[in-house]
Design a protein around this ligand. Structure first.
Ligand code: THG
Length: 266
């Protein structure tokens, strides 16, 4: 599994306050903790507290600050092409960048794919188009197909494409998680080699009780359906252990009595 740590996000008070105070240490500690917890990449999101006009500068500061302590891929999480470009330019100075994200409208797809090509970046493609978040597996798969076609058109290889079916809070729509599992199975069939598939797991349990349990149960099912990447809280040890166990049970990693330890040392 490709683990993208979710915690460098202005939505969390630690990071929101750090952004306001330009407190590098708080950001860098969060980066290091997430990597120790098992993050392969870090999501970078300025949140909504920063005024729109200042988000590109805030993104640059967050990326530069994080880059001082790691060469891991950084996932530049913002809907604006301009803000994403600024983040990607800063990120590639010390490693790989992942564009998080584009939606499936034709013009937007073309512009973001061009950026991905220019910087050899990964790109996350959301199951959203002019009609909003697609509600059915068929609708999500159709946007996924359109995203893969746009990638090919722009010269972005499928290894750099991550399709995101979008998981929404279970307390809003209890049928949605099952539809996401079905979508993951359909995404796998869209191309050979298959595209990567990613979700922002914590969305699922926003506003719900037993958050950690809900996240853990769904992640194991999604891994079983073919998920191979996830934006998660890598500080949640039980979540990470469940994920590692799920991969072992699917025979993706070798069993040994110390499989958790072996995975972490790999
Ligand atoms: N897909 C993609 N990118 C994404 C998402 C996605 N990026 C953002 C988000 N979704 C994934 N990241 C988070 C980060 C935090 C939370 C949820 C998703 C979260 N935060 C607490 C809350 O809202 O309750 C904040 C608690 C606090 O303030 O301390 O749950 O789906 N491609």
């Amino acid at each position: 599994m490709y683990v993208i740590g979710e915690r460098i996000n202005g939505m969390f008070n630690v990071i929101g306050d750090a952004l306001a105070a330009k407190d590098k240490k708080a950001v860098q500690e969060m980066a290091e903790k997430q990597i120790v917890g098992g993050a392969d990449a870090l999501d970078i999101n300025v949140g909504t507290r920063v005024p729109k006009a200042e988000r590109a500068a805030a993104m640059k500061w967050l990326v530069d600050t994080t880059r001082e302590v790691t060469h891991k891929p950084l996932s530049i999480d913002n809907p604006s092409l301009e803000t994403v470009r600024v983040g990607v330019e800063a990120a590639v100075k010390g490693g790989k960048a992942i564009i998080n994200s584009t939606t499936g409208q034709q013009e937007k797809l073309a512009a973001f794919m061009k950026l991905a090509r220019e910087f050899e970046a990964g790109i996350i493609c959301l199951s959203i188009d002019e009609n909003g978040v697609a509600a059915t597996a068929e609708g999500k798969a159709e946007i996924g197909m359109r995203s893969l076609a746009a990638a090919m058109e722009a010269g972005v290889s499928v290894e750099n494409v991550y399709l995101d079916p979008i998981i929404l809070p279970v307390n809003c729509d209890q049928k949605a998680p099952g539809i996401v599992l079905e979508t993951i199975r359909q995404f796998k069939l869209l191309s050979d080699p298959a595209p990567h598939i990613v979700i922002g797991l914590s969305n699922l349990s926003q506003g719900a009780s037993e958050r950690e349990l809900i996240n853990r149960a769904f992640l194991t099912m999604a891994v079983g359906a073919g998920l191979d990447a996830a934006i998660v809280d890598s500080l949640d040890t039980e979540l990470m252990d469940s994920m590692i166990a799920a991969e072992m049970l699917l025979n993706r990693t070798i069993y040994s009595d110390s499989f958790l330890k072996a995975y972490r040392q790999r």
